[in-house]
Write a protein that binds this ligand. Sequence first.
Ligand code: HEM
Length: 221
Amino acid sequence: MATASRRVTPVHLLWYIFWAAFLATSVYFLLDSVGDVLSPDLQDGSTTWNRIVWYVGHAVIASPILLIAPLQFMPGLRQSRPQVHRWLGRVFLGGCIIAGLLGVYLGSTLYLPGSRVPLTLLASTWIFFAAVAWQAARRRDFVNHRKFAIRAFALGAAFVWVRIINKVQDDVLAFMPTEDLQETTKEWLTLLLPILVTEMWLTWGPTAKKLFTRRTMRESD
Ligand code: HEM
């Protein structure tokens, strides 16, 4: 009996592998960007206030979000230490909102014009998802809290997704004639892909599965 209760299902194992890989990749990219944060490559018209404070502020506030995410989404801690989950949740969602506000400014004023619209939309949607997740928790609507916290994570982790796309960009987007076009496409993909994957998992997939599953005799009456 004792052995049976300790058995790990394949789904759990994949979940652990996903979070371990995510954490390792996040740490790698965070360490990689320390140099950029300490000595930013400033664009024309930058001043201490309009760039450095916002830029460094965004990076410092956003970084813990990636490290907290695995703890928040692993079922163990949430169930065994609800107080810890609550406090880390405030840091996580508060960080998404503040880093997102700074991201709206940084994204909408970036020197690459093609990146401004997708980055501004990404940061604004990130803030919206985090605010709804927080409000749902306050109202004790845990179904929507979970869904919107997952959505906020998926967009916040754009920091990781965009760098992964960056690594394959030269091969995958090689058919595009200019680097500018590749950059713009990369930013739009960074916004769209996490939304597609998340909604496929949370809403569209289950709805489609239900609609395409053969009805039993009783249901079709
Ligand atoms: C938890 C998630 C995030 C972390 C840890 C994070 C971290 C960072 C760091 C360390 C930098 C400076 C290094 C670099 O430019 O490579 C940066 C820059 C930037 N981030 Fe984020 N970020 C996150 C999410 C976001 C989101 C969702 C947006 C949405 C628009 C965003 C927008 C930006 C922009 C536009 C810059 C560049 C600013 C510039 O070059 O002037 N970040 N971020």
